[in-house]
Design a protein around this ligand. Structure first.
Ligand code: C2E
Ligand code: CA
Ligand code: CA
Ligand code: CA
Length: 277
């Protein structure tokens, strides 16, 4: 067995070192990117699907790399999460999103809410509530104009501690949304205890409407569940009028997706908002 282990070790060494080196390189570049302000936020509209009225937007981070161009979050968020860089990066995202939303509010869009994604690391950070409090104070954004999106799994990973943090955030007046809902394993009993405002139906259950009848069942069940728990519900990844109609018929009136608009840089998003009146 020892022999075999050594052989296996030798066999995999080159590729492992290669991966490790690549990761180290990426990690270093991410640190520099944060210092040299290479991250940018794009905003995607959240709308009332019945009349197309804008209700808010979600801030989605991108890395504007000098060498690689615009890099999607799936390529760097997991490593940022692993290395802890997500904490300062997440705080930058929060501050920028609150500042942008406050500047749009100053131009008359007072009802707008901005949604910001939180990572598991941020939720575990003992000073999360202080950080959020400070950002709201410094940007002047009223707490109820900020919505934090958290996933089911990161809450389930931390249970009691998460509950305490969420209650403290809720006490600030911030709104809380469960992102990617339906992909985790939270029980109804646990969900009921969480001080949340909204369930966000994952794109996985929207994508194949109307072809996949079990996805339609799941979406309908989540909507019914949200109503029973008196929570708001919003669908992500809405791409077709059929999906939009189905969701509205089931009682989900809020939506986000390419049908209504792609994520846009802040300035372009502000222009679209102005055009909408
Ligand atoms: P998410 O929070 O589930 O965000 C929704 C993703 O779906 C976004 O991808 C968005 O561009 C995409 N999307 C929106 N509408 C449609 C549609 O109609 N069709 C399709 N096919 N896709 C649609 P994006 O921007 O690449 O973000 C990917 C993920 O990266 C996000 O998933 C989120 O988990 C994470 N992320 C993005 N920004 C941040 C951030 O600031 N902090 C943290 N912690 N995570 C972030
Ligand atoms: Ca999200
Ligand atoms: Ca999602
Ligand atoms: Ca499916």
């Amino acid at each position: 067995a020892k022999e075999e282990g050594r052989n296996t070790y030798r066999f995999y060494t080159p590729s492992l070192t290669q991966t490790a080196r690549e990761r180290l390189g990426l990690e270093a570049r991410l640190h520099r990117a944060l210092a040299s302000e290479e991250f940018v936020l794009h905003y995607q509209a959240q709308i009332d699907m019945r009349d197309g009225r804008l209700i808010g937007c979600e801030a989605l981070v991108r890395w504007h790399s000098a060498t690689e161009g615009l890099v999607a979050p799936d390529r760097f968020i997991p490593l940022a999460e692993e290395t802890g860089l997500i904490v300062p990066l997440g705080e930058w995202v929060l501050r920028q999103a609150c500042a942008d939303c406050q500047s749009w509010r100053a131009r008359g869009l007072t009802d707008l809410t901005v949604a910001v994604n939180l990572s598991g690391r941020q939720l575990r950070s003992p000073d999360l509530v202080e950080r959020v409090t400070r950002v709201l104070r410094e940007t002047g954004l009223p707490a109820e104009r900020l919505k934090l999106e958290l996933t089911e799994s990161m809450i389930m990973d931390q249970r009691e501690q998460a509950l305490e943090r969420l209650r403290a955030l809720k006490a600030l007046g911030v709104r809380l949304s469960i992102d990617d809902f339906g992909t985790g394993y939270s029980s109804l009993a646990y969900l009921k205890r969480l001080p949340i405002d909204e369930l966000k139906i994952d794109r996985d259950f929207v994508r194949d409407i109307p072809e996949d009848s079990s996805d339609m069942e799941i979406a309908a069940t989540i909507i019914a569940m949200a109503r029973n728990l008196r929570l708001n519900v919003i669908a992500e990844g809405v791409e077709t009028p059929e999906q939009c109609d189905f969701l509205i018929r089931q009682g989900c009136t809020a939506g986000q997706g390419y049908l209504f608009g792609r994520p846009l840089p802040a300035e372009a998003f502000a222009q679209v908002m102005r055009a909408c009146g």
